[in-house]
Design a protein around this ligand. Structure first.
Ligand SMILES: *[C@@H]1O[C@H](CO)[C@@H](O)[C@H](O)[C@H]1NC(C)=O
Ligand SMILES: *[C@@H]1O[C@H](CO)[C@@H](O)[C@H](O)[C@H]1NC(C)=O
Ligand SMILES: *[C@@H]1O[C@H](CO)[C@@H](O)[C@H](O)[C@H]1NC(C)=O
Ligand SMILES: *[C@@H]1O[C@H](CO)[C@@H](O)[C@H](O)[C@H]1NC(C)=O
Length: 405
């Protein structure tokens, strides 16, 4: 909680429980609308940036979730400080959160279990408006030890969708998350449209949007500048559409890391079209662990219409990923990479290696295609090159120094 005292925490928990009881007792009949409306300021929240608004938002959520039809929760202009917001279903209504004001995630880490705003088991849900979801990461980034230790304590992600079907996140800004800005997990039919995601290029693990075990996720007309991947697509992702995304600074648009854990599922049918990358470390990357723990496929990807602006490694498949030399055994990839098309990719790279296709000896990449790929090294004293190992496929219209297939 905001002032961190156990008493305050206990009081808020008690208040939340009382709200829970009140809703439960009225849920069988039509729940009575709280005084006023589902405008959190009318429920009592103060947008002064200092007073904890958690309980008012939870009160609005509990009412909306137990009602029917379409319910709208309004966060009006102002700065609303909160702790964890567990927006859980199942709900009997469809819920829209209209965000005109700003939500600020408290810097007091005891106010969170794992995430900040977690939408769980909810169908037909939207957040829209022009407000900001401000993770206030600068207050806690110094507590991030994930660069030093593998089993680090993970700081709260800002906006998480877990087991959500039919969701739209539109128009809002996500700023300075403590960890990932958005995490979409076990969800279906999700649209992220006209969203802005911003954190400093040197902030730790502030990925823009991570997708895992989810189907039919579209990210459109969105601008992402962060300290880690702009978009990362993890195991179990299917039918992912990314278009009109501007990325940079950051680590680019990545599939992976694949093979880190047991029982990972395939990544299939990914289309990244009409996007641009600016000053990122990677552009379009597929990476899997050298000693993968599970057997899976990365297949049917199309990258089409991409502009690279001073990207260190614009096109990179790395089947031998092994950060900090943690791998026990090399030459043991179990992640199959097939049917990947790169076309209409132009611009500049910040290193000579415009194309890096580093596939495993025991499991070469198959069906890799490059058409109209022309990326040039923008430095001096070296020339543009492709570094390719164990990769098969075909090229057309590709600058000859890059045509390694
Ligand atoms: C998702 O939306 C579709 C199309 O509007 C609808 O048919 C379907 O029932 C929705 N799914 C859920 C779980 O509500
Ligand atoms: C995929 O998600 C979009 C929302 O982004 C929805 O309009 C569309 O109906 C979904 N497709 C299927 C097959 O459910
Ligand atoms: C390209 O990026 C590198 C660092 O990645 C930077 O040093 C260099 O100044 C940039 N060049 C241009 C032309 O922006
Ligand atoms: C050119 O770049 C390649 C790849 O980064 C590097 O291995 C090589 O040493 C460079 N050559 C010169 C002359 O700097």
């Amino acid at each position: 909680m905001v002032n961190g005292s156990t008493e305050a925490l206990a009081a808020v928990v008690a208040a939340a429980l009382m709200v829970g009881v009140a809703v439960a007792t009225t849920a069988s009949s039509t729940p009575s609308k709280p005084e006023g409306s589902l405008d959190i300021a009318q429920l009592g929240a103060r947008g002064d940036g200092k007073t904890d608004s958690t309980k008012f938002i939870m009160q609005a959520w509990k009412y909306a979730c137990a009602a029917t039809g379409t319910q709208k929760i309004v966060i009006p202009p102002g700065n609303y400080l909160t702790g964890a917001l567990a927006l859980s279903g199942p709900c009997t209504s469809d819920i829209i959160i209209r965000l005109d004001g700003n939500l600020l995630g408290t810097g007091d880490l005891s106010a969170y279990k794992t995430n900040w705003i977690e939408v769980m088991r909810v169908n037909n849900f939207a957040i829209n408006g022009h407000g900001t979801i401000d993770g206030q990461g600068p207050l806690v980034w110094k507590n991030n030890e994930c660069h030093k230790s593998y089993n680090c304590k993970i700081l709260p992600n800002s906006l998480v969708l877990d087991y959500v079907t039919n969701a739209t996140i539109r128009g809002v800004t996500l700023l300075n998350s403590k960890f990932f800005h958005m995490n979409i997990f076990q969800s279906k039919n999700v649209l992220v449209d006209k969203v802005t995601i911003t954190a400093p290029g040197n902030s730790p693990n502030t990925d823009g949007i991570h997708i895992g075990d989810s189907t039919n996720v579209t990210i459109a007309a969105t601008s992402i500048a962060t300290g880690d991947d702009c978009i990362s697509i993890g195991p179990g992702s299917k039918t992912i559409r990314i278009h009109g995304v501007r990325c940079g600074p950051g680590h680019g648009i990545s599939v992976g890391s694949l093979g880190r854990y047991k029982d990972e599922k395939d990544v299939e049918d990914v289309a990244v079209t009409d996007c641009s990358l600016h000053g990122t470390t990677n552009g379009l990357r597929i990476k899997s662990y050298e000693d993968s723990k599970s057997q899976l496929k990365a297949t049917k990807f199309v990258y089409d219409g991409i502009t690279m602006d001073n990207v260190s490694y614009p096109i990179i498949i790395d089947q031998k990923y092994c950060p900090n030399n943690i791998c026990s055994k090399s030459g043991n990839s179990k992640v199959t990479v097939t049917d990947i098309v790169f076309k209409n990719i132009v611009g500049t790279s910040a290193t000579p290696e415009a194309v890096t296709l580093n596939c495993a000896n025991n499991l070469p990449c198959e069906g890799i295609q490059m058409h109209n790929v022309n990326v040039k090294y923008n430095g001096v004293h070296n020339t543009t090159m492709a570094v390719c190992r164990n990769v098969h496929g075909k090229t057309s219209g590709v600058a000859k120094e890059l045509a390694c297939l």
